[in-house]
Design a protein around this ligand. Structure first.
Ligand SMILES: [Zn+2]
Length: 340
């Protein structure tokens, strides 16, 4: 999860990266949001930034071995806790770990989700979930052993207001006196319901409502030109590519940057499809079909090269380089990427 893929909250992303760069990232952070503003994505992006071997001052690199594991939420030192309950399949209350597959799919496909959406994804049949003391015991055990990858360890607690008092008390000590290189990122939708002793030990981060384009608006605006570019590249149609690229010249710089970000998301979707993960849920069915076809045309190396070229294009636009040259180079790189 990269900062640049998360909608809105630009000043906060810069602040979080700067906190890490200055070694001021607190060991217990409470992300507070009053709606589905992407706090979970920001917390994961922060952990990824802290673990990335080549961060660039604004974001993680996205391609180092740690980032590759974070991209799929499978880094062994990244732990998740969220409210659970019994399901149709089990009479007892399983721990978060038993639901990890469903949790990862939901967070990767749409990190702007509500408690209700998570409940449905986990199959909780409208029962309210809680975080039981057994979860806290597991966290203590996991955080007390050496990190698998030798770096930091993270526990992300989604909705600490759902912790039982017993669980909160158990966690209190480790949050107060954390082991070296351990981080707790808590995400609350109701800070007034988080147990005050926990609340007082966390650095509070307010996540603002998303003011930029909604996911649906972005799809309407960028889906067609982005998929057209990638499809022409897959067909080795340089003329089609350049003609589509020309349409992007007239857009303002802000829109051109957003287009590049959207194109990067499509490339990541193709990679996910190749890895047998679901693409973004906001995509139309026809877009998903196009991405499926593209997943057969691009290799992982080709996708990485296309991703680097798109990232470069975005940086050049930011540095006021002539847009005509930037998009011509990007089209050429996409054309070459399909044969890698
Ligand atoms: Zn990295």
């Amino acid at each position: 999860m990269l900062f640049r893929d998360i909608r809105g909250n630009e000043p906060l992303k810069k602040r979080l990266a700067a906190m890490c760069d200055q070694n001021h990232a607190g060991h217990a952070l409470l992300f507070s949001e009053s709606g589905e503003y992407g706090a979970v994505a920001l917390a994961i992006a922060l952990a990824q930034y802290l673990s990335c071997t080549h961060p660039n001052g604004q974001d993680a690199c996205g391609t180092c071995p740690n980032c590759l594991k974070f991209n799929k939420l499978i880094h062994p030192d990244l732990h998740f806790i969220f409210p659970t309950n019994s399901t149709g399949k089990s009479s007892s209350r399983p721990l978060s770990e038993s639901f990890l597959g469903a949790w990862r799919s939901l967070v990767l496909s749409n990190p702007y989700f509500s408690e209700e959406t998570l409940g449905k994804a986990l199959g909780l049949d409208e029962k309210t979930g809680t975080i039981a003391v057994q979860e806290a015991k597991e966290v203590l055990a996991k955080m007390s052993v050496r990190a698998y990858e030798g770096g930091n360890k993270y526990t992300l607690i989604w909705l600490p207001e759902r912790m039982t008092a017993e669980a909160a008390n158990k966690l209190l000590k480790i949050i107060e006196e954390p082991y070296p290189n351990t981080y707790f990122f808590l995400i609350t939708h109701a800070p007034e319901r988080v147990i005050s002793t926990i609340l007082s030990r966390c650095l509070r981060i307010e996540v603002a409502p998303i003011e930029d384009l909604s996911a649906e608006q972005e799809e309407t605006e960028w889906q067609e030109p982005a998929l057209q570019l990638l499809s022409y590249a897959a067909q080795s149609n340089l003329l089609g590519l350049l003609q589509t690229g020309e349409k992007l010249w007239e857009l303002g710089r802000e829109k051109q940057k957003h287009f590049c970000l959207y194109l990067e998301r499509c490339l990541r979707d193709i990679l996910w499809i190749r890895e047998e993960l679901s693409p973004r849920s906001t995509l139309t069915d026809s877009a998903k079909n196009t991405l499926q076809t593209l997943a057969q045309k691009f290799s992982n190396n080709g996708l990485e090269s296309a991703f680097t070229a798109t990232d470069q294009a975005r940086n050049l636009i930011e540095s006021n380089v002539n847009a005509k040259s930037v998009f011509a180079v990007l089209c050429n790189s996409l054309y070459n990427a399909v044969n890698l």
